[in-house]
Design a protein around this ligand. Structure first.
Ligand code: PEP
Ligand code: MN
Length: 353
């Protein structure tokens, strides 16, 4: 007798479960439709007042046996699940977000250079352009080793306003002259949207430095430029913030964006920054953009550049960036981390091995 009763009650529970399942999914569908309307209106998914009102209405209608606290906790979980669904749908609309496993952005240049294909890209050159001789000495050695992308930094974002700020446009002119001689591309850090027309005369790849990663006006401006963009991660930016910064550029019309991991600030004083190596697979999983590792500014030490370069080579990154100077001890910026020309060869040997 009790056996049958148990069976019957369990049958009822099974039925209610199915009804709840149906209702939960119906609710999720309606929440998703609300998300579409909100997107059209440009309002946010999350409306705390609306959530509070729904909870109050549920409390007032509740006749037990569940307590109001339990009902609120259960419904909050339901609300949270709907939000997660909408966030997932919103993320799928992000241009730089990876949509399928084999999607990848390959950046192609007129001279045949490609970034993001299976070839490992090397970008190098001095921290800053200091003179024609300095650039020529560096570029000649780099070209001999097949490096096709030269750092040609005319504008330096220095911590102190009394430190060397770069040669400005004169530096870009020198870089262009040397790059043309050796069939190389120039990449150079842009500080402000007003520099875009001037950079168009000299620079093949615009470079947004760590400090400007969250300068959304600059990001939108380089998003309208014709050159591909290297975007560096800010030293205190999460990967989510980094990806959204890239989205600013892509959503303004420029899909040729490369992400550069350059280390983040941690409590560790033995390095200038801590290279976040997990950023490489994570950025590759989350986006379809090429990922490049800066092994100079991350460690901030000459003796770490080659070990970190080997790690970068093995990490699945699309390329590597490091600083090379013909006479590092007298460099006008980052003297402690730039490689000499013999060290440049050592690094190339190490990553080609
Ligand atoms: C650089 O790479 O030239 C540079 C200034 O680095 P960051 O913007 O990462 O500090
Ligand atoms: Mn530097």
């Amino acid at each position: 007798m009790t056996d049958n009763r148990l069976k019957e009650l369990r049958g009822q529970i099974d039925e209610v479960n199915m009804q709840l399942l149906d209702l939960l999914n119906k609710r999720a569908q309606i929440a998703s439709d609300i998300g579409v309307v909100q997107a059209q209106l440009g309002t946010s998914f999350y409306d705390p007042q609306r959530e509070a009102d729904m909870l109050t209405a549920l409390e007032q209608a509740n006749n037990g046996p569940f307590s109001n606290e339990t009902i609120k906790a259960l419904f909050k979980e339901v609300f949270k699940a709907s939000m997660a669904l909408e966030e997932r749908e919103a993320r799928a609309k992000i241009i730089v977000q990876r949509k399928h496993a084999d999607e990848k952005t390959i950046i192609k240049f007129e001279n045949g250079v490609e970034i993001g294909n299976d070839h490992f890209t090397v970008i190098s050159g001095p921290c800053a352009v200091e003179s024609l001789d300095q650039m020529e000495a560096t570029a000649a050695v780099m070209a001999e080793r097949g490096v096709r992308i030269l750092r040609g930094m005319g504008f330096k974002p220095r911590t102190s306003p009394y430190d060397f700020q770069g040669l400005g446009e004169e530096g870009l002119k020198i870089a262009r002259q040397v790059a043309n001689k050796h069939g190389m591309l120039i990449t150079s850090e842009i500080m402000d949207a007003s520099q875009i027309p001037m950079f168009a005369d000299y620079v093949d790849i615009l470079w947004v430095g760590a400090r400007n990663m969250q300068n959304s006006f600059l990001l939108k401006a380089v998003g309208k430029a014709r050159q591909p963009v290297i975007l560096k991660r800010h030293f205190a930016a999460t990967l989510q913030e980094f990806v959204f910064a890239a989205e600013y550029i892509a959503s303004a019309g420029n899909n040729n964006v490369m992400l550069m991991e350059r280390g983040i600030r941690t409590f560790e004083p033995w390095t200038r920054n801590t290279l976040d190596i997990s950023a490489v697979p994570l950025l590759k999983m989350e986006t379809h953009l090429p990922v490049i590792i800066d092994v100079s500014h991350s460690g901030g030490r000459r003796d770490l550049v080659i070990p970190l370069a080997k790690i970068a080579r093995a990490s699945g990154a699309d390329g590597l960036m490091f600083e090379t100077h013909p006479n590092p001890p007298v460099a006008m910026s980052d003297a402690k981390q730039q490689l000499s020309l013999p060290e440049f060869h050592q690094l190339m040997d190490a990553i080609e091995a």
